[in-house]
Design a protein around this ligand. Structure first.
Ligand code: PRT
Ligand code: ZN
Length: 225
């Protein structure tokens, strides 16, 4: 959005895996907030940086429309949305920093009973996933003609239900795959929580605020002395 603003809005997950570590990281950067009653918007106290507490899936869209300036979101969610932009279209957001928490992998997983050669021949098979754009891109890059079946949840039971032959899902410990008699094969994406921001620089007071925040963040992340 073209509106001039003098405060920076950071969107983070309201609840879920990234919510607490994101707040802790921002606190360690010296940010603090007045708790608002609805707890969807937290006004920054010590710095002109406010928080927006949302579903992680909404963060790329909020960045794209300019409702928030920065966001903390899984690389998997950010890149899935970025991959959804057509050729010639450039996503207005990008990863600014990897944040070192929320580590996981987007991985293909096949029934444990499959042999390695079965797992390597995916042409004509159906892959269930909540990440259709990333999976389609990965298949295209390798010239594999598999069908992508988009599911919003419970992806790991798709092979047993017969709705797909294999899956591509987020894995951290691997316990969920094991519980569903699946095993991971290829890694499509190594993910972690990232700071996402616009591709174009801010054209107003937000540039200085975001710059100061980044310097503090980099000090906390140990990227600089
Ligand atoms: O409510 P909202 O939409 O905001 O939250 P959400 O439920 O969509 O997201 P949430 O909180 O589950 O995950 C947020 C982000 O955390 C993801 O986008 C990833 O970047 C990251 N992350 C890290 C994970 C995991 N680890 C993870 N293990 N996201 C999901 N999982 C799932 C995984 O799919 C599996 O089904 O947790 C299950 C357990 O994993 P295992 O391998 O340890 O058994
Ligand atoms: Zn979500």
């Amino acid at each position: 959005s073209g509106a001039m603003r003098e405060r920076v809005r950071i969107a983070i997950q309201k609840s879920g895996r990234l919510a607490e570590p994101a707040r802790a990281l921002l606190s360690s950067c010296g940010l603090s907030w007045r708790e608002s009653r609805d707890r969807l918007f937290c006004h920054g106290d010590s710095t002109p940086i406010d928080l927006l507490l949302v579903r992680d899936d909404d963060i790329p869209g909020l960045l794209a429309e300019g409702t928030c300036d920065l966001g903390i979101v899984g690389r998997n969610v950010l890149l899935e949305r970025a991959s959804g932009y057509g050729t010639g279209e450039v996503p207005p957001f990008r990863e600014w920093r990897g944040l070192g928490f929320g580590a996981c992998r987007l991985a293909l997983a096949v029934p444990q009973a499959w042999s390695d050669s079965q797992a390597a021949a995916l042409d004509g098979l159906r892959i269930a996933t909540s990440y259709p754009a990333l999976v389609s891109q990965w298949l295209k890059e390798r010239g594999i003609a598999a069908d992508v079946v988009t599911l919003s949840g419970s992806v790991e039971i798709a092979p047993r239900l017969g709705t797909a032959d294999l899956i591509c899902d987020i894995v951290s410990s691997g316990a969920t795959l094991a519980a569903n008699q699946l095993r991971a094969t290829d890694i499509v994406l190594d993910s972690e929580a990232v700071l996402a921001g616009p591709v174009a620089p801010f054209g107003d007071a937000r540039a200085e605020i975001a710059g100061l925040f980044l310097r503090r963040l980099d000090a906390v992340l140990g990227l600089r002395d």
